[in-house]
Design a protein around this ligand. Structure first.
Ligand SMILES: [Fe+2]
Length: 229
């Protein structure tokens, strides 16, 4: 039996409770290492947007908080936001880095990446829900997405959040063959696709958080134009 001395209240903890807490901490630490390792893989494959992915994951967690999701889900949203495209490692570079339009066959292969990501991440104890957020991050709110053509609340909430984050990241990030969109234009396009591609509640939350944080993003990056991410 152990006393909790920090609270000043004599609470007795059974050894079993401490053992569970210890195991939870070990699992949490293992998940952190795993996320870091997968992030390294994304970097090696040039699939990461650098520190932007961390910022976007933070905004994803904030959206989840605003929507009142429970603590356990927040962590899953964060991991899914960081690793949602891990399955692209299974897509050939010739397709991933092709500057022009993909053929129908190439696009079909590209669309496999959510399933590839799910198949890997689901193998880790405690990341089962995260794996479903990854599996469904290309579903559309109106049911026209993939792989399951799920609609509205059928789509796991974490996947609906990652979907908005992913689209925003794709719009504002510059590629060798095109300049990223200005922040305000990306916001406008997210709003336009609300209720079609995206969950309107998620879009509203994300826009309000992103707009509130823009001044600090400008300051942190030293950017003076409207293309800040
Ligand atoms: Fe994706």
């Amino acid at each position: 039996m152990f006393a909790n001395s920090t609270s000043g209240v004599a609470v007795e903890w059974a050894p079993d409770t401490l053992r569970v807490k210890e195991l939870e901490e070990q699992l949490f630490s293992m998940h952190n290492s795993l996320v870091c390792a997968f992030n390294q893989l994304l970097d090696l494959k040039d699939l990461n947007t650098g520190y932007h992915s961390t910022r976007l994951a933070e905004w994803g967690v904030r959206v989840a908080q605003e929507l009142g999701l429970e603590d356990g889900v927040l962590r899953d949203v964060e991991v899914a936001a960081l690793l949602h495209d891990i399955g692209k490692i299974g897509v050939p570079d010739a397709i991933l880095k092709k500057p022009g339009r993909l053929t129908a066959d190439e696009y079909a292969l590209m669309k496999k990446h959510p399933e590839y990501g799910w198949a890997v991440v689901r193998l880790f104890p405690g990341l089962e829900r995260t794996s479903f957020f990854i599996l469904h991050h290309h579903e559309a709110y109106d049911g026209t997405g993939y792989p399951g053509e799920l609609k509205e609340d059928e789509i796991p909430i974490g996947a609906r959040i990652v979907s908005v984050i992913d689209a925003f990241d794709a719009m504002v990030s510059s590629r060798p063959y095109r300049q990223g969109l200005p922040f305000e234009e990306a916001m406008r396009r997210l709003d336009l696709a609300s209720n079609k591609q995206f969950d309107p509640a998620v879009v509203r939350c994300f826009i309000s958080i992103a707009q509130a944080e823009m001044p600090s993003v400008f300051a942190a990056t030293g950017t003076s134009t409207s293309v800040v991410l």
